[in-house]
Design a protein around this ligand. Structure first.
Ligand SMILES: [Zn+2]
Length: 436
């Protein structure tokens, strides 16, 4: 999510990490202050929770049980009361809180239960793998969907990942619903059957289980994993921890442990990114989508620089198609563009790594809403299905693209290991473009 808004304000994030009780959400005010160093210094002494930076002002959540507005006046901080402008934010937060901590959104154990249920209901096309353990010992699950699912077949292969970032709850739901939809419709929908029979689909709905649990039970805005950095701070931004242009600059990621975009001690220092790295080592993925929220935008490499890649026209062609397909469902417009020139610079993220090392089309889809005023990280529970439905044809399109692009000669099973080694040395070329 919109990192530029956060980067310069990392200090503010450390201020409130106390466990929050559900009822405390009723006592929120949101204020904005002018962004300048003098005010920031004063704010750091107070117990505040940073929300976002927008148009030269910093927006802050103020919990009435901890601090009241008069404290700001005493400190000589001039502020604007913004609570009224954030009504959707408040109501959505309360909706998801009031119907149980995470409401219709999935916790770690609920994801686990559902994935096991999918495998149990359709063992001929769905196989669940544990591809690594989180720092707190939770399983990182990957569901493979294909005909002859227990075999490694000479077929196209596509990967969908959800929830690098803990607070982006909707990014768990979309890939999980995708898995359920594909499996449930295999027997009755010839188009789904064709896609499944001709490809190997991998879905990892929850890459950051420790972070998600922390977001559900303690601090809704938690973003990173739960690495104890040893200096009082917690968490590595696992979407800045991949080994391609890792730490390229301090704008696209941060060396500071307290930062929300802390990139970790070294590339692939985290079990979550190691799990993805190792899975890539065993498979021959041709394309991937990594779901995030929010912004309603489809992003592709490069993220670490604003200059386009050599394959910009292919990456953008696929993005146009996905955007059009998404819009055709509910009319929701998802913008698209190169990450580094569209939203903000990032380095060490999944898509730059997959594209940079494996030369495959790789997309970050920032799910709705489009901005903080429409809810930010909070989508009402009743919107989950609609957001999934609008993303479905784009996901299926990418699978179909991979099938059309796949050249069995290039990927015979015995050759997989060799190809993997060669890919690292000499990236695979796109063989043909099969856009419709
Ligand atoms: Zn994200």
């Amino acid at each position: 999510m919109n990192i530029k808004r956060y980067i310069s304000l990392m200090a503010l994030f450390c201020l409130i990490l106390a466990p929050l009780k559900a009822q405390s959400y009723g006592h929120i005010e949101i204020i904005s202050v002018e962004k300048n160093t003098e005010i920031l210094k004063k704010l750091q002494k107070l117990e505040l929770e940073f929300l976002m930076e927008w148009k030269g002002r910093i927006y802050i959540i103020l919990r009435k049980e901890l601090i009241d507005l008069s404290k700001l006046e005493i400190e000589g901080i001039s502020y604007r009361l913004e609570t009224g402008n954030f009504y959707p934010y408040k109501s959505r937060e309360m909706i998801s809180i009031q119907s149980g901590l995470n409401g219709d959104y999935h916790s770690y154990s609920e994801v686990e239960t559902d994935l096991l249920a999918i495998e149990e209901s359709s063992p001929h096309i769905a196989k669940l793998y544990d591809i690594g353990d989180s720092l707190e010992g939770r399983n990182i699950y990957a569901l493979k969907i294909s005909d002859n699912v227990l075999m490694d077949e000479n077929e196209a292969e596509v990967l969908f990942i959800g929830c690098h970032h803990a607070r982006e709850w909707i990014s768990v739901e979309v890939p999980l619903l995708l898995a359920e939809y594909i499996v449930e419709n295999y027997e009755t929908n010839p188009e789904i059957k064709r896609l499944v029979d001709q490809s190997q689909i991998w879905i990892i709905p929850l890459l950051n289980p420790d972070g998600l649990e922390y977001s559900i039970h303690f601090y809704r805005y938690w973003r990173k994993n739960r690495r104890n950095n040893g200096d009082g701070s917690y968490g590595v931004d696992i979407n800045r921890n991949y080994d391609y242009k890792w730490g390229f600059d301090n704008e696209g990621s941060s060396p500071e442990t307290f930062s929300v975009v802390y990139r970790g001690e070294s590339p692939f220092s985290e079990p979550e990114t190691q799990a993805i790295r190792d899975l890539f080592g065993q498979r021959h993925f041709q394309a991937l989508i990594s779901y995030h929220s929010y912004s309603q935008i489809i992003l592709y490499p490069w993220g670490y620089i604003s200059q386009p890649s050599e394959k910009d026209s292919l990456l953008s062609d696929i993005a146009v198609n996905m955007s059009n397909l998404i819009q055709s469902v509910n009319g929701t417009l998802y913008n698209f563009g190169q990450a580094g020139s569209s939203l903000y610079l990032t380095n060490g993220d999944t898509t730059d790594w997959a594209f940079g090392v494996y030369d495959i089309p790789s997309y970050t889809i920032e799910l709705p809403p489009i901005d903080i005023l429409l809810g930010g990280f909070f989508n009402a529970e009743e919107e989950i299905q609609a957001i999934f439905r609008e993303n479905l044809p784009a996901a299926l399109f990418l699978i179909d693209w991979a099938i059309q692009d796949y050249d069995p000669q290039m990927n015979s099973i015995e050759e997989n290991r060799k190809i993997f080694r060669e890919k690292l040395l000499r990236p695979k070329r796109f063989r043909k473009s099969a856009l419709k």
